[in-house]
Design a protein around this ligand. Structure first.
Ligand SMILES: [Zn+2]
Length: 92
């Protein structure tokens, strides 16, 4: 079964469920009994959230152009750890 969209000029849009390939060009509106023309909308595609898209782009970029680190970061430039237990971890 597929869901087809129709639009009545007086009542607005509504959906009709029919077997695939059997949608008529027009349906009878359940509200007013008038003819409702079939409309074609966009399929229900999932949109990727912005944080996920950024993470996927970063992952893809790191596969092609990995950042090269030539020396260990200095202790002064490092941000203080958010968790105080991180200060107990061994340092290079
Ligand atoms: Zn109608």
């Amino acid at each position: 079964m597929a869901i087809y969209q129709y639009r009545c000029e007086q009542c607005g849009a509504f959906d009709v469920s029919r077997p695939i390939g059997t949608a008529a060009a027009a349906e009878v509106c359940a509200g007013c009994g008038g003819a409702a023309a079939r409309v074609f909308g966009s399929p229900h595609l999932a949109r990727t959230s912005r944080p996920l898209a950024r993470a996927l782009q970063a992952q893809e970029a790191s596969a092609d152009e990995p950042r090269v680190v030539r020396r260990a970061p200095s202790r002064e430039s490092a941000a203080p750890p958010a968790d105080p237990r991180h200060a107990l971890l061994p340092r290079p």
